[in-house]
Design a protein around this ligand. Structure first.
Ligand code: MN
Length: 750
């Protein structure tokens, strides 16, 4: 009854086949794939799959895998996993067949797009970009992982196909060098297995973990596998003894069911041995009893509880080990009822009860989940999860290694569910505190949180939450975030928001330091100019100007050394001769400002350097001709020289105008708007968005299209890096058929 738990590497055929035999072998794999796809094939699909197969086979024709087999066997196998083990369809099959072509062969993304269209090209592109997670450099690896996640939220199929790719590579890892085996295996347990878990692919996750362990801990792996095999007969006898009485009762209870014992994975048994510090013989739950019910959707929950009732009539349950994922499914979609009961001979046995539908979701995860989603009014947990990931990805400016840690904690960890005072459920990663909960409600609640009531009892903000807790947050307007908060929050959202808030506080304090420094410098006859500040930042070994000002402000830095600095090094520049007269400035247009002007301000390099704001009246972007205007209270405001307000500002307040110049910076983007008018035509929106986000990879912030009488008028808000990028965008849009006018307008005025 019990299945064999040992993962055996497939026996690779010896590749001493001749060309003819090899061709037959490839076709045999391909036909098996088609057979698996048959129930899903619609008219024309077969030809598409065949086309993808032929294209991939041709592109890879000179390549071989390490095992010696023709390379094309790999993409076919990956496609097979997608279909059979993950439940994906035709389009994913095509992507899987092509997944290594753009990366490794002469085929280009354009070829794929031309033959299979935009959707498939996008997925293949995603798979190409994340093909290089392996890197010796951790930060590089983390950076790559971030990319995976970005693509993931783009289209989840990318990550599902990637998991299939990884699974096949793990299954065929034998032919790799030892060093490579270790690297790939550790990456697999670290990133891919948790991802598979998070996507609800339990079987894939388990196999990835077991395969990794096989390479990383070969001795232990073999030993546990051997012991499992040795004790198999004894275990089967016990399982049968356990099942016998309940099977009879279930049958008389008019239930259509399957019941069997299922061994736990070697990796999970090993975890238990390590965690509990016990020997193999003392691990009691080497298997679980699984009951799969064939119940109609409307009755499945009721039937699960009926089974629960029958089992606990026979065996005593352990009350604290009841897991009800029927009422509260896990956020990866998992639904089931788990209980642990005292079986024969006083042994604890875990029993998992679920319907056929739930079982399919447990095995095939996301894809199966979407299949059942239609018609359900439940808020979709996956969409919610993707939404949260997107939010964190957009928000964070931490370095990627930190980010990865945060991410693993926030999104890949097991979850608890807690309740708001009104009874709404919130999912949080295990280890979350009251403060994490506060931030999950709103960042304003988080930053003002001074404590919480858990099940009506007052606790500190660092209190760790447990499943089922009801949490009420207590806030105070006097509260301010502090550094130590970072030590006890685990969610990425809370971390980012706290960091942002701390930075804001620091900025305000740093302003004070800036003035202290300015007075000091001027007092000793040096100029308060960027070059001098840079010299000092370097001298005191600070990472940023902000840190420097901040340390000056909180008096952690003694500026006495400054004097010596000047005497010894004489490196600080004296002030430049006084500026030209005010009225001269007023009449001279900004672009013709004297090049020698000492007030050359470079901004855009780092937002820490100079605080500035972009004028709302003209929304400048880098590349525009601009000037800075020192406003009262709001600091430096940047206007375009052709801003409607410019003439008045320049002529009346010339003394408050500073010359400004853009620094090259591709990391910051600016919101601007485009107005488009053209002929209304099917697919016009698609064409426009393809140019913007597809070809030029510009982010769209908002878009409205209105059409009447055969014409359409659209406004699009986009994030661009500079004027050049915007101009290219305009040119490209104008080239589209049927477009009459493309013009810039200022986004915030819409
Ligand atoms: Mn591959």
């Amino acid at each position: 009854m019990e299945e064999q738990a040992i993962v055996t590497a497939p026996v690779l055929p010896k590749y001493n086949l001749n060309e003819e035999q090899e061709k037959k072998e490839i076709l045999r794999h391909y036909r098996a794939l088609l057979r698996a796809l048959r129930p899903k094939l619609k008219k024309g699909d077969k030809e598409l799959v065949r086309h993808a197969f032929e294209m991939a086979a041709d592109a890879h024709k000179t390549m071989r895998r390490k095992s010696g087999e023709p390379y094309i066997i790999h993409p076919i196998a990956v496609a097979m996993i997608c279909v059979e083990e993950i439940g994906l369809g035709i389009r994913s099959t095509i992507c899987a067949l092509l997944h290594d072509t753009v990366e490794d062969t002469d085929l280009s993304l354009e070829d794929v797009e031309r033959e299979f269209g935009h959707e498939i090209a996008r997925i293949v592109d995603g798979l190409t970009k994340i093909s290089n997670v392996i890197d010796t450099n951790t930060s590089q690896q983390a950076e790559n992982f971030k990319k995976i996640l970005l693509t993931l939220t783009d289209d989840p199929r990318v990550i599902l196909i990637k998991l299939a790719d990884r699974l096949h590579n793990m299954r065929t890892l034998d032919s790799m060098k030892r060093e490579k085996q270790l690297k790939i295996s550790s990456e697999t347990v670290w990133v891919y297995a948790p991802l598979a878990h998070r996507m609800g692919l339990y079987n894939v996750k388990t196999e990835l973990e077991d395969l990794s362990m096989k390479y990383m801990e070969p001795e232990t792996y073999k030993e546990i596998a051997r012991k499992l095999a040795e004790t198999k007969r004894e275990r089967t006898r016990y399982i049968n003894e356990f099942i016998r009485p309940i099977k009879d009762k279930l049958e008389s209870g008019d239930l259509d069911f399957e019941i069997y014992g299922r061994p736990k994975s070697i990796h999970s048994i090993w975890n238990k041995i390590k965690k509990k510090g016990v020997a193999f013989e003392e691990v009691y739950d080497l298997f679980a009893i699984r009951i799969i019910l064939n119940s109609p959707h409307s009755r499945e929950k009721e039937d699960c509880w009926k089974v629960y009732s029958i089992i606990t009539d026979e065996y005593t349950p352990s009350p604290e080990r009841l897991r009800d994922w029927l009422s509260n499914p896990k956020s990866n979609g998992y639904e089931a009822l788990h209980t642990t009961v005292m079986g024969p001979q006083g042994k604890w046995v875990e029993v998992q009860i679920r319907s056929k539908r739930m079982n399919e979701i447990a095995e095939k995860g996301l894809a199966a989940h979407y299949k059942y989603k239609e018609g359900s009014s439940d808020e979709d947990r996956f969409d919610k999860w993707f939404g949260q990931i997107r939010e964190v990805l957009n928000n964070q400016d931490t370095d990627s290694v930190d980010f990865l840690q945060d991410f693993k904690m926030s999104f890949l960890a097991e979850e608890i569910y807690v309740y708001t005072p009104k009874g709404d459920v919130k999912m949080l990663p295990i280890g979350s505190t009251a403060l994490d909960f506060a931030f999950s409600i709103h960042s304003a609640v988080g930053t003002k949180c001074i404590g919480a009531k858990i099940n009506h009892k007052l606790v500190p903000i660092s209190h760790k939450l447990r499943s089922g807790d009801q949490v009420e947050i207590i806030t105070s307007n006097k509260q301010k975030p502090s550094d130590d908060w970072l030590n006890f929050v685990v969610t990425a959202k809370a971390k980012n928001k706290i960091k942002d808030a701390l930075k804001e506080v620091k900025r305000t304090i740093a302003e004070e330091g800036k003035y202290i420094l300015q007075r000091k410098l001027e007092g000793m006859g040096a100029a308060f100019v960027q070059t001098n500040v840079d010299t000092l930042v370097a001298f005191y070994k600070f990472h940023s100007q902000l840190d420097f000002y901040y340390q000056v402000a909180i008096k952690a830095l003694d500026l006495k050394e400054l004097k010596e600095f000047n005497v010894l090094g004489d490196k600080l520049e004296p002030p430049k001769p006084p500026k030209p007269q005010v009225h001269e400035l007023a009449v001279e247009p900004v672009p013709h400002y004297s090049k020698k002007d000492s007030e050359l301000i470079i901004f855009g390099e780092s937002s820490d350097k100079i605080m500035y704001n972009l004028a709302k009246c003209c929304n400048p972007i880098p590349g525009d001709d601009v000037f800075g205007f020192v406003s009262t209270g709001k600091g430096l405001i940047i206007h375009r020289t052709n801003c409607p307000n410019a003439p008045s500002l320049l002529s009346n307040y010339g003394h408050r105008v500073v010359k400004t110049k853009w620094a090259k910076n591709k990391a910051i983007s600016f919101l601007t708007g485009l107005k488009i008018i053209g002929m209304d035509d099917v697919g016009v929106v698609n064409k426009i968005t393809n140019v913007i986000s597809g070809d030029l990879r510009v982010n769209i912030s908002a878009m409205t299209i209105e059409s009447h009488d055969g014409l359409f008028e659209g406004t699009i808000k986009v994030f661009v890096h500079d004027k050049e990028e915007l101009e290219e965008l305009v040119i490209r849009l104008k080239q589209l058929k049927g477009i009459h006018l493309v013009d810039r307008f200022d986004a915030e005025k819409v």
